[in-house]
Design a protein around this ligand. Structure first.
Ligand code: AMP
Length: 401
């Protein structure tokens, strides 16, 4: 049996491109399982480096730094899809890269991603490439959203065009970046399917998640999303089609819009662990992070079964108050970091006192509005109650920041 078909067992070293919170949670579970983790990131203090065995300091498009990482690891994976596919191609000659450059090439450019979805016959919002913005809007109608093709996330690199707007002027806000236009979908709900596809093609699917965004950033996830069985199956089947058509290896998230008539449209594909899958880390027998490690190492996937219902609420940098503001403020709890300077963490007392709550902080030392700093997971089979608790916790954290 070759080493590849046996898979990479604990003791192997995994390289991670990008050192954000996804890499951090991956590293925590990987090390728990006995794997070693080395991360490539521009910052030696990035969230992943803080919990890793090693760090290579360099930009994600720094081929020499990436090759240096590759020389020290048995397999490479990523915590962001914004690693140039050309860099992955170079690394593939040195060590297995999962997901591979071909998957990234399809996903990281919105235009190519949309062409891919059309090609495999999956439904999505009407769209058009923006060569001539008026022609694109004539195709998708107004209101519409213009999105940069590359490197946009959490609503960054997007502008909305209302019926009377000067589209050419608004397009200018994207600073000449190539873009696509999308119709604005009047969805009733957003959902996501998180699944893992192993090296052998085996697929494991997590309970469908229901997501609420605020200001384009994920606010809450509830899982399982209450939904008719047939629709759930359809959502799962769409996500499986995507993973299989791509030949993806690892965890993947497929975000969808649900329409009033029950139809589902794919909004976005992420070839990695995902914010809307954080609930699995605490609520499921195997978290998305462990599942991703298992998939990219080519060992059997774990059991995605939910052990409880759950709600996740993101902790955004806006909750970190400025010193001198009113309120009791941070008391040096788990988020307390001396380097915060003027900013201070919220008071975590109420979160920590709740038996169903799990606090995750990502070790970021520069809270900024819109920046994801952590999340709270509420483990509760009554997910309506958990959603209400999430809102009251956020309100309490905000009033005391
Ligand atoms: P994105 O970064 O493309 O996932 O967009 C972030 C959020 O913006 C989505 O989760 C939606 O809440 C909203 N959004 C994006 N595209 C559309 C669309 N075509 N129609 C309506 N809302 C959208």
């Amino acid at each position: 049996m070759s080493a590849a078909s046996r898979g990479l067992g604990p003791g192997a070293t995994i390289g991670v491109l990008g050192g954000g919170q996804l890499g951090r949670m991956m590293a925590v579970v990987a090390r728990q399982m006995g794997y070693r983790i080395i991360v490539l990131d521009p910052s030696p203090r990035c969230p992943t480096a803080q919990v890793s065995d090693g760090v290579v300091v360099g930009a994600l498009d720094d081929v020499e730094a990436a090759k240096h990482l590759a020389s020290q690891v048995d397999v490479i994976t990523l915590d962001t899809e914004h690693v140039p596919a050309e860099v992955l191609s170079v690394l593939e000659a040195i060590v297995p890269v999962r997901p591979n450059a071909a998957v990234l090439r399809t996903i990281q450019d919105r235009l190519v991603q949309k062409q891919f979805l059309d090609r495999i016959g999956l439904p999505q919002a009407a769209w058009a490439p923006v060569d001539d913005v008026d022609a694109a809007l004539a195709k998708v109608g107004r209101p519409a959203i213009l999105k940069v093709r590359r490197a946009g996330y959490d609503g960054k690199g997007q502008v909305r065009i209302a019926p009377g707007d000067d589209a050419v002027a608004l397009l200018g806000r994207l600073r000449g970046e190539p873009a696509v236009a999308e119709e604005v979908v009047g969805f009733t709900r957003e959902i996501s399917v998180i699944l893992a596809r192993g090296l052998d093609g085996q697929i494991q699917i997590y309970p469908v998640a229901e997501n609420v965004h605020r200001h384009h950033i994920l606010h809450t996830t509830r899982a399982p999303a209450p939904m008719p069985e047939a629709r759930r199956r359809q959502a799962e089947a769409m996500a499986v089609s995507v993973a299989e058509a791509l030949g993806h290896v690892g965890v993947m998230a497929v975000e969808m819009f649900e329409l009033a008539d029950g139809r589902l449209l794919i909004n976005e594909i992420a070839p990695r662990t995902h914010n809307s899958g954080h609930y699995t880390y605490g609520a499921c027998a195997t978290s998305q992070f462990e599942q991703h490690i298992r998939a990219v190492c080519g060992v059997p996937l774990g059991d995605p079964r939910p052990l409880t219902g759950a709600v996740m609420v993101n902790l955004i940098g806006d909750l970190w108050g400025q010193a001198g503001q009113s309120g009791q403020g941070g008391t040096g709890g788990p988020g307390g970091q001396g380097s915060l300077g003027e900013q201070r963490p919220p008071a975590w007392g109420e979160v920590l006192a709740r038996p169903e709550a799990r606090l995750h902080l990502y070790g970021k030392d520069a809270p900024a509005p819109g920046r994801k700093m952590g999340h709270v997971l509420l483990l509760d089979d009554d997910t309506e109650r958990a959603l209400a608790t999430a809102e009251s916790l956020i309100a309490a954290l905000r009033s005391r920041s």
